[in-house]
Design a protein around this ligand. Structure first.
Ligand code: HEC
Ligand code: HEC
Ligand code: HEC
Ligand code: HEC
Ligand code: HEC
Length: 319
């Protein structure tokens, strides 16, 4: 009883702290910024290089992750976006897309919702410029024009899930309670002044260190809010309904950022540390001598029992 009371008091105190704090978490909903009209403008708005001046270690880690090239991918993502357009959008009778010139931000949202959420701050011209850039990049490869291909590849890679996406745009999840991200604030675990020239404040994003933060893009299944639901990553569903439902208590950040010691170089099966954390394998071998019939004589038989236990916080592989 006493314990329950303490918890209630603690919650009330925490709520009071949030509502009376000068920096709070988020704030009122802000007017949308003017739409970026070119890839260059969109990239500049979300550029991570300024942050690197003071957060060099974090930046170097992030640069090694797939978040730093979420449109290029391994580089499998960019070509797959074209496949989704050519074999999907253009063939669907009601998509409104027959030619590349019909492509809009809305029609690409079935991929960009997660691979480039900031595209909603750009004009339809930018959506078309991205598609054209990917096509030109592939053409440059086919023409063996390696300099051109490299330049275009760098442009595609500059479209990514940058510092400002995670620490501003998608940092706050429950916006009615915690507020909307403000244009002058980086969201993390601290509050106060921040040395950056544009992002002059720091405030707390209550869920940044929790799995639900990653769950925004790591998917639960079909994206039902879209006119044409797509399905790519579904691992957050598996985390919720298979892992935590069976007593798992670690977060995405626990395994992928903290225990792995990889920090912002968030990795999966391409990394040794993560591979070691992935499965327990028990192998038992024995050999038997088996007398099948007179003609064959005595045949040795090998028996191998393999038991694989998935220690990841979700089904593998995903996507
Ligand atoms: C001029 C240096 C400088 C620049 C540029 C800068 N930061 Fe910072 N940032 C700091 C310092 C110093 C702190 C730590 C303040 C403290 O601990 O009191 C900090 C703290 C933070 C935090 C909070 C960390 C926590 O523990 O919660 C985040 C998030 C952050 N910065 C993100 C960014 C992003 C994103 C950018 C680029 C838009 C950026 N910073 C640019 C100096 C800088
Ligand atoms: C719900 C968010 C979400 C949506 C929508 C989404 N993706 Fe993904 N996608 C991810 C995440 C997260 C990963 C990486 C991890 C994984 O597979 O679990 C990924 C991985 C991929 C990969 C493999 C990456 C590589 O480089 O090997 C490709 C290719 C891909 N997505 C293409 C697409 C395309 C094309 C669309 C649109 C038709 C799309 N995705 C829609 C979130 C999404
Ligand atoms: C995919 C989302 C994501 C991206 C992209 C990202 N961060 Fe973070 N960042 C996080 C999360 C989550 C944490 C909290 C980690 C924890 O709780 O252990 C964090 C923590 C931090 C911290 C606090 C101290 C630390 O090192 O953990 C700083 C500073 C920071 N980020 C800066 C940056 C900068 C600068 C960039 C760009 C180079 C960046 N982040 C890109 C998700 C991201
Ligand atoms: C804004 C959306 C977004 C957020 C937030 C986000 N991710 Fe991702 N993540 C992606 C996308 C998209 C990819 C795949 C990029 C590609 O290869 O095309 C990815 C890739 C990854 C990969 C690499 C998968 C592989 O195949 O190697 C891991 C691991 C990962 N994310 C974990 C996390 C964790 C942990 C968090 C939370 C701290 C997080 N992500 C937050 C969108 C996001
Ligand atoms: C208990 C630790 C643990 C937790 C919790 C965990 N992961 Fe993982 N995750 C791993 C390990 C280990 C791997 C590498 C598996 C492998 O080698 O195939 C992995 C793989 C992945 C992959 C690549 C999937 C693929 O295609 O194989 C993504 C993406 C990912 N995790 C994201 C997340 C996100 C997002 C969360 C939270 C919702 C999360 N993880 C929670 C340990 C964890």
């Amino acid at each position: 009883m006493k314990k329950a009371l303490t918890i209630v008091l603690a919650c009330a105190a925490a709520a009071a702290l949030v509502s009376f704090n000068a920096y709070g978490a988020g704030g009122p909903k802000t007017e949308p910024r003017p739409k970026a009209k070119t890839i260059k403008e969109l990239v500049e708005r979300y550029d991570s290089s300024k942050c690197a001046e003071c957060h060099e270690d974090v930046h170097d880690q992030w640069a090694g992750s797939l978040h730093a090239k979420s449109i290029l991918g391994t580089p499998r993502t960019a070509p797959t976006i074209l496949t989704a357009i050519d074999k999907g959008l253009k063939l669907f009778p009601y998509s409104g897309v027959k030619e590349d010139s019909d492509i809009t931000v809305e029609s690409l949202r079935m991929c960009m919702k997660c691979h480039l959420p900031q595209l909603d701050e750009a004009t339809d011209d930018v959506a078309r410029e991205i598609v054209a850039t990917i096509r030109n990049w592939q053409q440059a490869y086919r023409d063996s024009d390696h300099d051109k291909a490299e330049k275009l590849e760098a442009t595609i890679a500059s479209l990514n899930i940058s510092c400002k996406v995670c620490h501003n745009k998608v940092a706050i999840i429950h916006k009615y309670a915690d507020g909307y991200p403000q244009p002058d604030t980086v969201y993390g675990s601290k509050e106060g002044d921040h040395e950056d020239a544009v992002y002059t404040k720091m405030a707390e994003a209550p869920a940044l260190g929790e799995s639900i933060f990653c769950g925004q893009c790591h998917g639960q299944g079909p994206n039902f809010e879209l006119d044409h639901p797509s399905q790519c990553a579904t691992l957050y569903g598996s985390y919720l309904f298979a892992y935590t439902a069976h007593g798992g208590s670690e977060s995405c950040q626990d395994c992928h950022m903290r225990k792995s010691e990889l920090g912002h170089n968030i990795q999966a099966y391409r990394d040794e540390t993560m591979i070691k954390m992935a499965v327990d394998v028990k192998v038992e071998e024995r050999s038997l001598f088996w007398r099948k019939n007179k003609e064959d004589g005595v045949l040795p038989i090998g028996v191998v029992d393999v038991e694989i236990h998935n220690k990841a916080g979700h089904g593998i592989p995903d996507g």
